[in-house]
Design a protein around this ligand. Structure first.
Ligand code: TYD
Ligand code: MG
Length: 396
């Protein structure tokens, strides 16, 4: 045993990978000896981002890319397409875990990528690759090598639509960091999200655009999220949510129409639909907006999933706007949490959100009254504090 005081608490040794969006999600770069799981549905872009990572890191360091899925020729073709520098990257098509560990020990690269855990196999275990026992044991062996040699190791794990069967879930507790790569495959945007991180916060997201030449980093998400939004139409408004430390403006669209079904239809995409039921109930009871005879569809445009109550007021305003057929001014942004009494409650970081709105040329901001005291006075934007949903509705 050690006395706590005897143990040195040096900062972990990190290096910047060169992909700033990835570094942000990792908590400021790759940590020596860290074991990182990169999960996501097949085809979402895991191999692409990791090959790009290898390309960046290989500018100054040696990298080993192990593939159990594709031939080295396929990787080469992708590397050409992504314009990845070719020196300092070693490729191997292998799925025997012990062989690979031996290779890592003899090569001692500065970064290892294993693509994917489902294809790896310990020969002394009889079950086939991809089974729980293989996935567990293979990860344990890779982990051991990563920790002893202090090599940052990225492991790909495929996840199916409905969570993971025998997949990466079984290794989440042994790895240091779990990143999920998400996005609607029909849209070009991809979001990299940390769901577990022993070396940083799990709030940060990285945003990418899948182009014909690989993933491009999106440095200004708000601008992308608002691209092509309709102007002067009822049922849409712009909200501001925090993604980690970064404010992101996104468009909310709502459609409320007279129902022709026995029970009205409700769908919510991009956020929790239970939240929508709650907001509809608040509107009905506290603001006298009777949507019980209407179908209601709400969509947070842009394909990202939002999980922040600050979105509430925007959803309410978009619904009311559609219901009353009156448009919200298109230079206005809206944020605030809505409580069961119809009150508009404080949200975190109002100043950052207002700054983002100013940056993107918005002229009015509707926010919780209680947040006014934490915002600097400015003549760049007109700030309106509201106490409850009824007050907010009068602004449409
Ligand atoms: P891939 O990284 O192979 O996905 P995963 O490893 O998660 O299964 O990415 C597959 C998709 O990405 C594929 O449908 C093609 C697309 N893609 C591009 O659009 N541009 C590119 O430059 C590359 C390499 C892939
Ligand atoms: Mg792949």
């Amino acid at each position: 045993t050690y006395a706590l005081s005897e143990i040195t608490a040096d900062e972990e040794i990190r290096y910047q990978t060169g992909l700033t969006e990835l570094d942000r999600v990792l908590g400021g770069g790759a940590v020596h000896g860290s074991f990182v799981l990169v999960g996501g549905e097949p085809g979402i872009g895991k191999s692409t981002i990791l090959l790009q990572l290898c390309g960046e890191v290989s500018k100054t360091k040696n990298v080993l890319y192990v593939t159990g899925e594709e031939s080295v020729r396929q990787i080469k073709l992708r590397a050409v397409r992504l314009n990845v520098p070719e020196d300092n990257i070693s490729l191997v098509a292998e799925s025997d875990v012990d062989e690979i560990c031996g290779l890592i020990e003899s090569m001692k690269p500065d970064l290892v990528v294993i693509d994917s855990i489902q294809t790896m196999r310990c020969t002394d275990i009889s079950s086939s690759s991809g089974t729980v026992s293989q996935v567990k044991e293979s990860s344990a062996r890779f982990l051991n090598v990563a920790k002893t040699l202090e090599i940052p190791t990225f492991i790909v794990g495929h996840v199916n639509k409905d969570g993971a069967i025998a997949g990466p879930k079984v290794m989440e507790h042994i790895v240091d960091t779990v990143l999920y790569f998400e996005g609607d495959k029909t849209l070009p945007y991809r979001v990299l999200r940390a769901v577990k991180n022993r070396y940083g916060s799990t709030n940060e997201i990285g945003m990418f655009d899948m182009t014909g030449r690989g993933l491009a980093q999106i440095e200004n998400p708000s601008q992308v999220m608002l691209e092509g939004r309709p102007i002067g139409i009822s049922g849409t408004c712009v909200a501001c949510v925090m993604e980690g430390t970064r404010p992101v403006l996104s468009e909310i669209q709502a459609l409320a129409t007279k129902t022709s079904f026995p029970s009205p239809r409700r769908t919510a995409s991009g956020f929790d639909y239970n939240r929508m039921y709650l907001l509809l109930a608040v509107l009905e009871k506290r603001a006298g907006v009777h949507l019980s005879g209407s179908d209601a569809y709400v969509n947070v445009a842009g394909g990202i999933k939002v999980n922040e109550p600050a979105l509430d007021l925007g959803i309410v305003m978009a619904l009311v706007s559609s219901f009353k057929n009156r448009s919200v001014d298109d230079k206005t942004i809206i944020f605030g949490e809505v409580g069961l009494a119809g009150e508009v409650r404080a949200v975190s970081q109002p100043q950052l959100r207002v700054n983002e709105a100013v940056k993107l040329g918005f002229e009015t901001c509707i926010l919780p009254q209680v947040c006014l005291k934490s915002i600097r006075k400015t003549d760049k934007i007109n700030i309106i504090g509201v106490r409850n949903v009824s007050e907010a509705m009068k602004l449409i």
